[in-house]
Ligand binder design. Sequence first.
Ligand SMILES: [Zn+2]
Length: 160
Amino acid sequence: MTLTRNDVIDLLTAAASVDLRKLGEADVTGWSAMLRSDLDRDLAFEALRVHYATSPERVMPAHINARAIEIRKDRADREERLERELRADRNDARHGLEPVGGGPLALNADGPPVPGAYEVGGAVDRECPACGAVPMEPCVNRASGRPMRMPCLARMKSSA
Ligand SMILES: [Zn+2]
């Protein structure tokens, strides 16, 4: 993934809409040479956006390079955090523990139904208003199509 000459022209045109710079062939060639070769178009534009959203300084290739690295690191950190949480939830499910925090991920965990959970408020005796599971059948994760360890909240709560 790297920037094409057209990407650089578009990027400089976008910069010019803010700083009113004049663009010529030399600018395009110069910027092409100075921007990191591993930038893609989205990242370069996001870097430009962040730069002009946070700095009054006229943008230079070094700004784009530095911002792009920050943005990429940010994204990697976020993904890693999410993955770690998912892994922790899966571990808890394997060991039959209730995940700490109990966010939506925890409630929707797929797996063998926990009988006790389905008996809360007689949930198992009625149809689920959320996922449509019939009485005596476990709730179904509509995203994965697999049974869920715990019934949908709506099924536990509905007291007809
Ligand atoms: Zn349900």
